[in-house]
Design a protein around this ligand. Structure first.
Ligand code: NZQ
Ligand code: ZN
Length: 388
């Protein structure tokens, strides 16, 4: 049964080839000091950096730069950003980049004026925000995380071997987001497919939970089908605008809070994947793909009707003559074949995981209760071993 909820997503989205034209209008809503956060240089190569800086200058903004936000942003980088944001008392953080830069900007927005250690307060203790929040705007260049329209923010602490996400509330979600699918044309193939699988798995995490017949499940199935069709077109031609725009929009809706409304959700693949990320710094989507099949084959028995429905409604498996178990297996086989087409990581050894890491990875995995089976630590070890 669809549970009770209040739904509001406050992020204003500007979508399409001309979306950047909306930036100056958005900037008008904030004070004069803008912190421009970006990654390792892809936006300079593509020319987007200069376009954004020109708009900021035309709008009379004083710009403070914060380059070098790495994939899987670290707590040390967060502390660096806090010093800069506080020193200049910035009015807006403009994130230009992928999910890492958007996540980082949100972490910074709640951390800059936090009187305590933000890693401990927001990530280890998961406390609510009770200090000043600097507003965030995003210009997205890499698709997958949904960070452009949600409150999620994942930070890695390599010293403690922990990678933890905090899902902040609507007051931390980006105020606006610029989504231009052509920006994603230059994303390397490995990142493109990792992002597609990340988005697909966000849908799975919210789909494989509950026993009801929920409107959300039908939306989820539609989004998954769109991703499958568009991913194949994008593999053939990465500059297929229709495919890249569908992937971008589907990925945004995969994790912009809508799918989770009124229903339970799983998220255990992400919990295992994040712990793998803390040990290997591997690309996020690949940490998910590498454990997904072992995980879903493990929990399939506890949610057979849903896995059977997944096979028929998402993968078009013919249900005639098959019981739920046979259908569920056929659905996961179809998913496996698609993942191989994409070329995503199919085992954790390829990500640099070695046997001696497995205990630590299991220790760093949060065990959640929303899925078809609440895992034990021993289950996690079993799934990790099956993923090697
Ligand atoms: O740093 P630059 O030079 O920009 O290069 C990046 C980076 O190396 C490159 N890239 C991005 N756009 C490009 C491009 N290269 C060429 N052309 C472009 N247009 O791609 C690389 C990866 O970027 P990154 O931002 O790290 O990827 P992604 O968007 O997958 O973000 C991953 C982070 O998001 C977190 C992950 O854990 C990870 O830390 N997640 C955030 C979530 C959320 N906010 O809800 C949910 C997700 O499950 C995920 O956990
Ligand atoms: Zn993800």
């Amino acid at each position: 049964m669809l549970g009770n909820f209040t739904y509001c997503n406050p992020t204003r989205v500007h979508f399409g080839e001309k979306a950047l034209e909306a930036l100056s209008g958005e900037l008008a809503g904030y004070g004069g000091k803008v912190l421009l956060a970006y990654g390792g240089g892809s936006i300079k190569k593509s020319g987007l950096y200069q376009q954004v800086v020109d708009i900021l200058n035309r709008c009379g903004k004083e710009v403070f730069e914060l380059p070098g936000v790495m994939p899987n942003p670290t707590v040390e980088k967060l502390y660096e950003g806090c010093r800069i944001a506080r020193e200049h008392d910035v009015d807006l953080i403009l994130a230009v980049g992928g999910g890492s830069v958007c996540d980082y900007a949100k972490a910074l927005s709640v951390s800059a004026w936090c009187a305590q250690d933000p890693w401990e307060k927001y990530y280890l203790r998961m406390e609510d925000v009770d200090n000043r929040i600097i507003p965030v705007g995003c210009v997205l260049t890499m698709v997958g995380t949904g960070s452009e329209m949600n409150g999620g923010s994942v930070i890695t602490n390599h010293r403690q071997k922990r990678k933890i996400g905090h899902v902040f509330g609507s007051n931390v979600m980006p105020k606006f987001t610029i989504l231009n699918p052509t920006y994603t044309f230059t994303v390397p193939m490995k990142q493109m497919v990792a992002g597609i699988y990340d988005a697909f798995n966000h849908i799975c995490e919210q789909y494989f939970s509950g026993t009801d017949d929920n409107t959300t499940d039908y939306i989820a199935e539609g989004l998954m089908k769109s991703l499958i069709v568009s991913s194949r077109a994008a593999l053939r031609n990465p500059e297929d605008y229709e495919a890249r725009s569908n992937i971008m929009w589907a990925a945004t809706w995969a994790l912009n809070t809508l799918l989770a409304m009124g229903k339970s959700t799983d998220w255990e693949v992400h919990m295992i994947g994040q712990s793998i990320g803390a040990y290997t710094d591997a690309t996020h989507g690949m940490t998910l793909s590498a454990v997904s099949l072992a995980y879903y084959r493990f929990i399939m028995e506890y949610g057979l009707p849903k896995f059977a429905r997944f096979a028929v409604n998402v993968w078009g498996v013919d249900p005639r003559g098959k019981d739920d178990r046979a259908l569920a297996q056929a659905g996961l086989e179809a998913m496996e074949a698609w993942m191989k087409e994409l070329g995503v990581a199919m085992n954790i050894r390829d990500l640099g995981v070695t046997e001696d890491m497995l205990e630590g990875i299991a220790d760093g995995t949060f065990l959640l209760s929303g899925g078809y089976r609440e895992l034990t630590r021993a289950d996690v070890i079993q799934i990790l071993k099956a993923s090697m």
